[in-house]
Design a protein around this ligand. Structure first.
Ligand SMILES: *[C@@H]1O[C@H](CO)[C@@H](O)[C@H](O)[C@H]1NC(C)=O
Ligand SMILES: *[C@@H]1O[C@H](CO)[C@@H](O)[C@H](O)[C@H]1NC(C)=O
Ligand SMILES: *[C@@H]1O[C@H](CO)[C@@H](O)[C@H](O)[C@H]1NC(C)=O
Ligand SMILES: *[C@@H]1O[C@H](CO)[C@@H](O)[C@H](O)[C@H]1NC(C)=O
Length: 505
């Protein structure tokens, strides 16, 4: 009887969604797959809200994107281009020399402009008829020159950053940085006093040089007077979505209303593989994955054996090992509790009640998933920010970290056994997991709300911090301070001089 009512209600809801559907452009280029996952989680939220999306990526999309029933609302441009860098990256990661690192970073940045000359990119930019986009979502990765895309299509911009805000984001949004008590995401400890000050200045200097490079790329590809200037476009960024949850993950720091915490969005948007969940035996298990940047194809047989032999002795647990090697010659395959696959659905496994431990490389995405589900960790850092992530993880008492380079079977087994038997690790991460998930609104909801807010209010310029109009001198009040301190100095000096002159008379 009330069928027609609910039917017309459904129709009504659909027409409302249809009428307010917007067309959003997502530019997610030159990033690692783990970063792309965060960007795509934001895009997925918009799809669920009924919007139309145009996505530009340098990595192919997973199949589930293209076969989704919403695929009619997605236009995808693939620009298959990568920074040519692999060999030098090792060099970069093995050096602690600040200057070498900066030089390397700047040269990489310089190269990243080549993306804008790729045919596939030009095809996207010169698409006719020129589409009208309501918003540009830019996956932030030292690519402020890509704000030219927003200039080209004349739309407001929101950036997505895959971790706690860094100096570049603070500068872009004019968010107070207050480094003297807010540790940076890549520091595992707070630098204090004079060392902290010097390091902060060095970083600001590096940022300045990097911005100059981005500005140069911008002016080459988006020349004035046809396009607004680089600085004007930087001010057009309305919101920064940061994949971080300050309250539970720390550090506590000032945040403007244009800085939004969306930590956990990737977990919320990941699909649970219920078929696998049904198939799992009712046995406790351990997950082992070293992320997408590591491959077993080139790993030493000794390393493979160390893990295999340690796992062989844990027969009361199933081990889900993400293994992409070709011949598994170091692994005794008669141990059926060791389960190898090229890819295990990590989020699904982490969400099961029988999971006991997660052995991970310590990427931000994996740590967030473990925190969301409250699973203790054994960290084996490989590159980049993983070492710092895992040091923080260990400081919070969620698990242990081992050095991958000299790992032995005995060491591995001891660590695993300790993590399985000492309840403290589990208790700590379970407690923090409650904090992580205790929010008035989830990350997906917040994201949808604020992105639609920006579209509704035509770029929401009122969210801008007035500090974004100030230059360096004005922001740090350098002119005023110089005048104040300078004149006090002169007065003090004059008084002293007078005193001495009068006394000697
Ligand atoms: C987020 O919150 C909204 C509103 O409370 C709810 O409808 C939605 O199911 C939640 N989404 C996720 C992924 O938890
Ligand atoms: C498997 O790999 C190891 C080490 O890479 C190699 O020594 C061995 O010959 C390979 N075995 C097969 C069957 O390909
Ligand atoms: C593999 O493990 C089984 C069972 O523990 C054992 O009998 C066999 O000798 C092992 N094979 C190798 C090559 O080590
Ligand atoms: C492995 O190396 C680290 C530091 O490089 C060291 O602290 C640790 O004791 C080493 N472990 C073993 C088993 O040699």
């Amino acid at each position: 009887m009330n069928l027609p009512v609910s039917y017309s209600l459904t129709l009504l809801i659909w027409s409302v969604v249809g009428a307010s559907a917007s067309h959003i452009l997502g530019v997610f280029v030159n990033v690692h797959r783990s970063q792309l996952l965060v960007h795509l989680a934001v895009a997925r939220v918009l799809l669920q809200r009924g919007h139309q999306l145009t996505l530009v990526t340098t990595l192919p999309l997973e199949d589930d994107w293209l076969t989704a029933d919403s695929s009619a609302r997605i236009t995808h441009f693939l620009v298959p281009w990568q920074l040519p860098s692999k060999k030098e990256q090792k060099l970069f990661e093995s050096t602690d020399n600040f200057v070498t690192r900066l030089q390397w970073t700047l040269s990489q940045l310089e190269l990243s402009g080549e993306l804008l000359s790729q045919l596939a990119w030009l095809h996207f930019m010169q698409h006719v008829p020129k589409p009208r986009y309501d918003l540009l979502l830019l996956g932030y990765h030292f690519n402020e020159h890509l704000l030219g895309v927003a200039a080209h299509f004349d739309c407001p911009v929101v950036i997505i950053h895959t971790q706690q805000p860094i100096g570049f984001i603070h500068s872009l949004m004019a968010n107070p940085e207050e480094r003297w008590y807010v540790p940076q995401p890549y520091d595992s400890r707070q630098r204090i006093g004079f060392a902290g000050l010097l390091f902060g200045l060095w970083e600001k200097f590096s940022e300045f040089l990097a911005r100059k490079v981005m500005q140069r790329i911008y002016s080459t590809h988006f020349p004035s007077p046809r396009y607004p200037s680089f600085e004007v476009m930087r001010r057009r960024v309305v919101l920064a979505l940061n994949n971080h949850h300050m309250i539970s993950e720390g550090p506590i720091a000032p945040l403007l209303s244009s800085m939004l915490d969306i930590g956990g969005i990737a977990v919320e948007q990941s699909t649970v593989d219920s078929a696998l969940a049904m198939r799992l035996a009712n046995r406790p298990f351990i997950i082992f994955s070293l992320g997408t940047r590591f491959t077993w194809r080139t790993a030493s047989i000794h390393l493979e054996q160390s893990f295999a032999e340690a796992f062989a002795q844990l027969a009361e647990y199933d081990i889900y090992w993400t293994y992409d090697g070709s011949n598994a010659s170091g692994i005794n395959l008669t141990h059926t509790h060791i389960k190898l696959a090229k890819w295990w659905p990590q989020t699904t496994l982490l969400g099961q009640p029988e999971v006991r431990l997660f052995i991970t490389h310590g990427g931000k995405g994996s740590l967030s998933e473990a925190l969301h589900h409250g699973v203790p960790l054994l960290g084996l850092p490989l590159v980049g920010d993983q070492r710092a992530n895992l040091r923080k993880m260990q400081n919070k008492g969620w698990g242990l970290t081992l050095d991958m380079h000299n790992i032995s079977q005995v060491e591995l087994l001891n660590a695993i056994k300790r993590l399985l038997t000492v309840a403290e690790f589990k208790d700590n991460i379970k407690r923090d997991s409650l904090l992580y998930r205790d929010r008035p609104l989830n990350a997906s909801y917040l994201t949808a709300y604020w992105l639609e807010y920006v579209i509704r209010h035509k770029g929401a310029r009122h969210l801008y911090s007035p500090a974004r109009e100030l230059n360096f001198w004005q922001y740090y009040l350098l002119d005023v301070r110089l005048l104040l301190y300078g004149s006090s100095g002169i007065i003090a000096w004059t008084v002293l001089w007078l005193e001495r002159t009068i006394l000697t008379i």
